[in-house]
Design a protein around this ligand. Structure first.
Ligand code: ATP
Length: 271
């Protein structure tokens, strides 16, 4: 379903086993978002408030959305996703109203997880000292978000997770206690992590015996999960193009080159 810029999914089909590496991140997010949904009484008995909002910080394609979806799957909660830049750009004049509707929708669908991607687009510290119309809109949206967060019951069955890759420009107001008071960092995968991600994305592929995922992992420094997935798909495509059913090491070598090339083309200015 798509309600004016909000995507709602009921218990998305992503489990923790679909996520390679990120063991610490899994543990921390489960503790902050899953446990309060599944065992709220535990927090009550201990006498502490569960965390209110969790902020996932890290470069694009590192599994932030994926892990938030897995929590929602595991808790059987609706997954409501909005993108910060869409809230303030696509629907100018409507950002604040959409934020209000977002929280109302979550209460209605509860148990629910609200996932705000690119939260820096709403909560950027740069917009505070600027006066253009666009920035005014961003501010109004941020004010509404802060007010929803403050009025929000931590013991309820709605959890809020946000993601950003621009922690440096994030408005400090969002990070105050009782708002996004948990921060989980998502690094690029290391070599072992890359091998695990490759294993997940080749799970259903017919690989030649000579294909070594460890070797591919060693040859893909600085690649994120999203690029590793693209390499697997592209390698499969290479086999299909040549009418083969078994994916070879050569198919992967070409795929690595293609994804690398795509990446430089993306960051290079147009001629
Ligand atoms: P963005 O900041 O661009 O929203 P993100 O961190 O939310 O990025 P995801 O949407 O979670 O990134 O990842 C994109 C895709 O990359 C996933 O759908 C998945 O296929 C793949 N991927 C990323 N990280 C992993 C991982 N750790 N294990 C398995 N697949 C991964």
């Amino acid at each position: 379903t798509l309600i004016s810029g909000m995507e709602v999914e009921t218990a998305p089909n992503v489990s923790y086993a679909d996520i390679g590496g990120l063991e610490l991140q899994k543990t921390l997010l489960r503790e902050a978002a899953e446990l309060p949904l599944l065992k709220p009484d535990l927090f009550a008995k201990v006498g502490i408030e569960p965390p209110k909002g969790v902020l996932l910080v890290g470069p694009p394609g590192t599994g932030k959305t994926l892990l938030a979806k897995a929590v929602s799957h595991e808790t059987n909660a609706a997954f409501i996703r909005v993108v910060g830049s869409e809230l303030v750009q696509k629907y100018i004049g409507e950002g604040a109203r959409l934020v209000r509707e977002l929280f109302a929708l979550a209460r209605d669908k509860a148990p629910a997880i609200i996932f705000i991607d690119e939260i820096d687009a709403i909560g950027s510290s740069r917009s505070n000292d600027a006066y253009s119309a666009g920035d005014h809109e961003v501010n109004r949206t941020l004010m509404q978000l802060l007010s929803e967060l403050d009025g929000f019951n931590t013991r309820g069955n709605v959890k809020i997770i946000a993601a950003t890759n621009r922690m440096d420009i994030l408005d400090q107001a969002l990070l105050r206690p009782g708002r996004f008071d948990r921060i989980i960092e998502f690094p690029l995968p290391d070599e072992a992590g890359r091998a695990m991600i490759l294993a997940i994305h080749t799970k259903n592929m017919h690989l030649a015996k000579s294909v070594s995922l460890e070797k591919i992992a060693a040859e893909t420094p600085n690649m994120n999960g999203s690029e590793l997935m693209a390499i697997c798909v592209e390698a499969g495509m290479n086999a299909v193009r040549n009418g083969r059913t078994r994916v070879s090491g050569e198919d992967f070598a070409k795929a690595i080159e293609a994804v690398r090339k795509g990446r430089t083309e993306k960051i290079m200015p147009l001629p």
